[in-house]
Design a protein around this ligand. Structure first.
Ligand SMILES: Nc1nc2c(ncn2[C@@H]2O[C@H](COP(=O)(O)OP(=O)(O)OP(=O)(O)O)[C@@H](O)[C@H]2O)c(=O)[nH]1
Ligand SMILES: [Mg+2]
Ligand SMILES: [Zn+2]
Length: 364
């Protein structure tokens, strides 16, 4: 059984932006205007990056969704060291008309206040921005496949690290898998909302809709076949994005969605669909880890040693909580593993900077 949508994403999505005020639909407001102001010199116009493809991108402007090109070059104010692409879907940009062939050029990027970023799978010290300027992220998990808790945990760390509010969404609730649903809920730390939805019977979508930040953008991340594009279609109320059947044997998806795509819902509220991701490497930590592990951090406050690693130290409250059954051991281990991953990366980064520093030293 396949239910691949007959519409290619591209054109159908472009039509969605045929609106009186496409910029407002993309979330333009006073804060964005203030942020972008310094870049809007001369006859530059604002736009938001809606999709990025090989060789170009699509930009939402005051006129609608239109093909464009990132031409940031050395004039970019963005800190290029940190990111794989100078442009990310969701960025607010300043654009200029290309005099020769009338293309729209994105020439400067406004600040990325909140983002979902992972370690670039091919260049480990760099960040790949999956979604820029998003207030929330749906961490999508299909109940028909094995739960890998570490995946959810990683997603939550990445969300918190980017200052983005995570919402866990379990799809395919119609398949009636109460054990899978319970197992998932047990993995979610207190304070993180979790919703079960089904596109077959429509359950859960009102609850989910109510959680979306009004006038803001919500990204969707998760494995291929998790049901991300199906959620977008359900919230839109029409089968706009292509969705693909999963393999019967292991419920693995077939990478139906191939590009990140911004979709307007209503009144400046947008969704940002992404292709399925296998890897979710952490790239840095400025508090995201602790925010995703408040339970462990709370316990850690009462450890005997203030620098306790919760590993084998005497008087460790985290180990104590594991022993008396109040904290799952898996949770402690995940925390330690993710912390080790970040520490290893920091070390590599430090070494690299040292090497670069030595290279720059003037010759005697
Ligand atoms: N039974 C059931 N199937 C669903 C549900 N939601 C999605 N599916 C099916 O799951 C498959 C994958 O859905 P998609 O929305 O394409 O998944 P995706 O996460 O966008 O996948 P990629 O684009 O490959 O990353 C499709 O066959 C959907 O019809 C649901 O609530 N119930
Ligand atoms: Mg998809
Ligand atoms: Zn401890």
């Amino acid at each position: 059984m396949t239910d691949v949508d007959v519409l290619g994403d591209g054109e159908a999505v472009a039509d969605l932006w045929d609106l009186d005020d496409p910029l407002a639909a993309a979330g333009w407001n006073d804060d964005v205007a203030r942020d972008l102001q310094p870049y809007l010199t001369g006859d530059r116009r604002p736009a938001r990056v809606a999709r990025i493809e090989y060789g170009g991108c699509h930009l939402v402007t005051a006129e609608g969704r239109t093909p464009g090109v990132g031409r940031l070059g050395r004039t970019s104010e963005l800190d290029d060291d940190r990111s794989d692409t100078p442009l990310a879907v969701g960025d607010w940009v300043a654009t200029e008309r290309d005099k020769s062939d009338d293309r729209l050029l994105a020439v400067a990027v406004g600040p990325r206040h909140r983002l979902v970023g992972r370690r670039d799978p091919s260049r480990e010290l760099l960040e790949q921005v999956l979604a820029s300027n998003v207030e929330a992220v749906l961490v999508v998990h299909a109940l028909d496949r094995p739960l890998r808790p570490s995946r959810i945990e990683r997603s939550l760390v990445i969300a918190h690290e980017g200052d983005v509010r995570p919402i866990v969404v379990a799809t395919k609730a119609d398949l009636d898998l109460p054990d899978a649903w319970r197992a998932l809920r047990d993995e979610i730390p207190p304070g993180t909302p979790v919703v079960a939805v089904s596109k077959r019977d429509g359950r859960g979508f009102d609850e989910l809709e109510a959680l979306l930040p009004r006038g803001g953008t919500t990204a969707l991340i998760g494995e291929s076949g998790a049901g991300k594009s199906s959620i977008v279609n359900a919230l839109l109320g029409r089968e706009l994005l292509a969705t693909g059947a999963v393999r019967g044997t292991d419920a693995k998806g077939r990478h139906t969605t191939t590009a990140r795509e911004l979709v307007p819902l209503h009144g400046g509220t947008c969704l940002l669909d992404t292709p399925g991701t296998r890897e979710l490497g952490l790239v840095r930590d400025t508090g995201g880890l602790d925010a995703a592990f408040v339970d462990v951090v709370e316990l850690g406050r009462t450890c005997r040693f203030t620098d306790c690693r919760h590993d084998r130290e005497a008087g460790c409250s985290v180990l104590g909580a594991v022993a008396d059954g109040t904290l799952p051991e898996a949770r402690r281990v995940s925390y330690l593993e993710l912390r080790a991953e970040i520490e290893e990366l920091d070390e590599k980064r430090e070494k690299r900077e040292q090497r670069l520093g030595e290279g720059r030293r003037p010759r005697p």
